[in-house]
Design a protein around this ligand. Structure first.
Ligand code: SF4
Length: 632
């Protein structure tokens, strides 16, 4: 085994107010090489079975990777692992920005938070110095104000802050962790766990970045980034128009989630809420994460309404707070995005929950009496700010919506679970399985609920056979292309789902931005990732070793879920996806239930899991050096 760095980890006991440094030996770190995998290793070694996610017994881990902060695009992301208050399953969420690179630059690979502080605190890190400080002046404030308070206390701007807003403090089940006030560890309610621990923020001082082992080779690889972007129309669009640059094209094929998933067609609004429209109207400038030349992030401004500090809406936000709710004003979406970033709310679950409430209102399950007089109709952009504020503060009917759609549907009565469009309690992101059935399979089986960044999407399989996409896909064992309208999830699609999920799992462990490093259309592909590990770290690895690390990460999550009582019964898609779409270019399109169920069983077999329960077998765990989990 070649040399691999040790992981340097901070253990923060919030109850006793202590901070202790420890190291994880290189031979262990190599098996769990950062981010999600390292987070799971540390989490699973500490968490007890059946812990209430919002109790002091929950554990929350923030982790980066040995690659974080190296001088090449797409290497500044932080992963958060904990038990989700939204789903009760494993929580796993990534965010970019500058905070991840600076955490690593201070010499730390992970932070483990346990217990609950008696009073609000934040963790301050300046190199070897790491201490808990009172967060009394920042607690209760929105993210922008809390940042100012913390900066004023240190009398300097050279700080990078990951924090929760009032929604996290109030333990809204889908509260996020924000850094730069506009980058979110959005999904799974990780911010609520921080809030339950009375942990307001993690503050790091700007540090000295690590250098690659082979600076020349990394420089050569990095020098190609701009040319590769120019040569790739998907990446050019991403850079110029952000992640919502493609929104309108989804509508053109009838797959833009509309009015709580009742339709995939939003002809009256799609064109008004696209990334191109944003570029033409409210975009102030493009923004970036540490060291990245893609600059896909948006900073928007609407005078008197939207402050550039809070960034700009991503594709998922334009859909969830836009078409999901039938809202066609980009300004209203940008304002709602700002409120979510101020209060620290996941924009996907927040928008999806409002869309759910709008359908309840349409059906008479919620009335003006419940909403405090709000006309909660699809398309009514004026209600968004008030509803978001009520959710964040858990006031009025916002208290019910703050629980997420699954619990809100339960509170409304047993007859309405079909209005909650969620898997394992997590609201679906804005890619429709009716168009992308293998993604639908991954929505169903993914351990932390439906997720659009856990596997490659079916549409790439229609790429021109001569395009570079196929060179990358073949590296991870995918060979078969499909006609664009061939909506199936057959054996080859299951392979595509599983293999690409393993690759994305290692990407989330090495803390890579999936727009730069991926198995399909991204700037760099699998073979270049191996080169990066070799030249950046001197890690003489292979794609085989990396894919195994990805599988290991997925199996750790599934093992935790099995311990918590999750099984095959939880790997199911919302009923609405099995009803034919009613209108537009995708009229009549529907998921085939038998095909999805057969694909799920085949997926379990590919993974080596029990097809009766969907849980990892002893053999599967031992194959991945995870036998120790069976003793926990
Ligand atoms: S591609 Fe976009 S999200 Fe990814 S690192 Fe670059 S700027 Fe950040």
């Amino acid at each position: 085994m070649s040399l691999f760095p040790e992981a340097r980890v901070l253990g923060v006991d919030l109850e006793h107010g202590t901070v202790a440094a420890k190291t994880i030996p290189g031979e262990i770190y190599r098996l769990y090489p950062g981010g999600s995998a390292l987070g799971l290793y540390l989490f699973l070694n500490r968490i007890k079975t059946g812990v209430d996610p919002l109790s002091p017994g929950n554990v929350l881990v923030m982790a980066v990777s040995p690659l974080t902060g190296l001088p090449i695009s797409g290497l500044s992301r932080v992963n958060v692992t904990t038990k989700s208050p939204l789903t009760g399953a494993i929580a796993d969420s990534q965010a970019g920005g500058f905070f991840p690179a600076e955490l690593k630059a201070n010499g730390w690979d992970a932070i483990i938070f346990s217990g609950r502080a008696p009073e609000p605190v934040y963790l301050y890190i300046n190199g070897e110095k790491a201490e808990l400080r009172s967060a009394a002046s920042a607690w209760g404030r929105v993210t922008g104000e809390a940042e100012k308070e913390i900066r004023a206390e240190h009398a300097e701007d050279n700080l990078h802050i990951a924090q929760i807003g009032p929604a996290g403090e109030n333990m809204v089940k889908y509260a996020s962790i924000m850094n730069m006030c506009n980058r979110a560890n959005g999904r799974n309610g990780t911010g609520a766990v921080m809030g339950s621990k009375k942990l307001k923020a993690v503050v790091v001082k700007k540090g000295k970045k690590q250098k690659p082992v082979n600076q020349e080779r990394v420089k050569e690889l990095s020098a190609e980034t701009k040319d590769r972007i120019q040569a790739n129309s998907v990446l050019r669009n991403l850079a110029e128009n952000g992640t919502s640059g493609d929104l309108e094209s989804l509508n053109l094929v009838g797959h833009l989630v509309t009015r709580n998933w009742k339709s995939g067609w939003f002809p009256e609004g799609a064109e008004k809420i696209t990334g191109t429209k944003m570029t033409e109207t409210i975009l102030k400038k493009r923004d970036t994460c540490y060291g990245c030349v893609v600059r896909c992030k948006r900073i928007v401004e609407v005078p008197g309404m939207v402050d550039p500090l809070y960034g700009g809406p991503e594709f998922e936000t334009c859909a969830a707070l836009g078409s999901y709710c039938g809202i066609k004003s980009l300004e209203a979406i940008a304002h709602a995005n700002q409120l979510c970033n101020m209060y620290g709310l996941d924009t996907i679950s927040c928008g999806a929950t409002i869309a759910f409430a709008m359908e309840c209102f349409e059906k008479g399950l919620l009335t003006k009496k419940d909403t405090g007089g709000l006309e909660l109709t699809f398309g009514n952009e004026e209600v968004l700010p008030e509803v978001i504020e009520q959710i964040a503060s858990k006031k009025g009917f916002g208290a019910m919506l703050a629980e997420g759609t699954r619990e809100a549907a339960r509170q409304l009565g047993d007859g309405f679970p079909e209005l909650s469009i969620a898997v394992k309690g997590q609201e679906l992101p804005a890619h429709m399985p009716q168009q992308k059935p293998s993604l639908g399979l991954v929505y169903a089986v993914n351990p932390f609920g439906a997720d659009h960044q856990s596997s490659a999407h079916d549409t790439v399989l229609s790429a021109n056979p001569k395009s570079g996409v196929w060179n990358k896909l073949k590296q991870i064992g995918i060979w078969k292309g499909y006609e664009p309208d061939r909506m199936t999830v057959d054996e080859e699609k299951v392979r595509f789902a599983y293999n690409s999920q393993c690759f994305y799992a290692v990407a989330d462990s090495l803390c890579l931005c999936q727009f730069v490093w991926g198995p399909v259309w991204q700037v760099y592909g699998p073979s270049e990732l191996v080169e990066l590990c070799r030249y950046g770290l001197g890690w003489d690895t292979s794609l085989y070793e990396l894919m195994l690390a990805g599988e290991r990460r997925i199996n750790m999550m599934r093992h935790f879920n099995a311990r918590e009582g999750f099984s095959k019964k939880d790997d199911v898609l919302p009923e609405r996806l099995f009803n034919p779409l009613p209108d537009g270019p995708s009229e009549g399109r529907v998921l085939d239930r038998d095909e999805i169920e057969a694909a799920r069983d085949l997926y379990y077999r590919f993974a080596g899991w029990d097809t009766e329960t969907g849980n990892p077998t002893e053999a599967a765990l031992k194959r991945l050096s995870l036998g120790w989990l069976l003793e926990n």
